[in-house]
Design a binder for this molecule. Sequence first.
Ligand SMILES: Nc1ncnc2c1ncn2[C@@H]1O[C@H](COP(=O)(O)OP(=O)(O)OP(=O)(O)O)[C@@H](O)[C@H]1O
Ligand SMILES: [Mg+2]
Length: 354
Amino acid sequence: MADPQLSVRDLTVRFPTTRGTVQAVNGVSFELEQGQMLGIVGESGSGKSVTAKTLMNLLPRTAEIEGSVMFDGQDVRQAAADGRDHFWGVEMTMVFQDPMTSLNPVKKCGEQIAETIRYHLGQSKSEALAMAEDLLGQVGIPEPGKRVSQYPHELSGGLRQRVVIAMALACQPKLLIADEPTTAVDVTVQRHILNLLDSLREERGMSMILITHDLGVARGRCDDVAVMYAGRIVERSATETLFGDSRHPYTDALLRSIPRIDQPSHTRLDPIPGRPPELINPPVQCAYAPRCRYAQPDCLKSIPEAQGVEGMHEFACHHPANTDQGREALAANVAAGRNASGMPVAGYAGTGGF
Ligand SMILES: Nc1ncnc2c1ncn2[C@@H]1O[C@H](COP(=O)(O)OP(=O)(O)OP(=O)(O)O)[C@@H](O)[C@H]1O
Ligand SMILES: [Mg+2]
């Protein structure tokens, strides 16, 4: 089999701070095939952006990085160390949550895109401006000829994000990383932008990493999903497998916290109780255990290793959901009224408890 386009192995990122060392990413591994879309999903602070920024070489110099990142046969970390930065912004680009972090407020939209084109591809000014207008049309901006000479503040949030996407596409990237690209826009615009990204990916044969805290956004769009918790990937599989046969109790809890189309709209969703753990001096235990409905005493003694089928469906849990072992653990906790950490555990209403 051909090598995947992107291969991340045992990535670890730490930030020394005055309060101690933040263990932001802990042994993250995943692969991405050319043309595929991977979703990275998890709550705030789980390490999604730090992972993306490592790929893009955007971390501050103080970050301590270990592990390997191979992109298109090139060692990304070695390239960064050698000062070879030719593929960032060209072959690998990123779209951020807030379009204004990528846009210059005092420059016309067309000029900003044209500048990227000229910088990386060396076109003449008029050629680059024509390409910019064409790109604005491709990302579904009405009247692109007029928009090229508008400033970012003259556009709505949704149009601004499209301008940023146009800029990211300017150099025909092979991989586009979209980090919560729709958090700043309303739900309808969100759907349009996600659909746009998806169709651009298909047209261009691009690969994509879609970062989101909303598992529902990954459904129907991503080929694979990696669920992150406290700097680790706790479950990774094909999207359909994750939705139909999840193993990690955290994934299970995320699934219960999103609206489902087969449920009446007034169905109560179950938010995940508690907060993610501290990433400075975390205890040696499953990081999710204090909030986990399944947690048993062994979950407080060691960090579970990944199990399952490598590259197909992997999960790091001592008592996986949707298995006999998991069902037993949950039943014991429901009977006791609490998990091994003392968190109250009640049965789910209307499901016989489980
Ligand atoms: N430069 C930095 N110095 C110290 N800690 C940092 C730095 N950058 C990120 N962190 C910490 O690393 C952890 C992971 O952050 P990250 O931004 O990757 O989270 P995230 O999953 O993207 O969350 P969100 O959904 O809020 O964007 C957090 O605890 C964050 O505070
Ligand atoms: Mg983030």
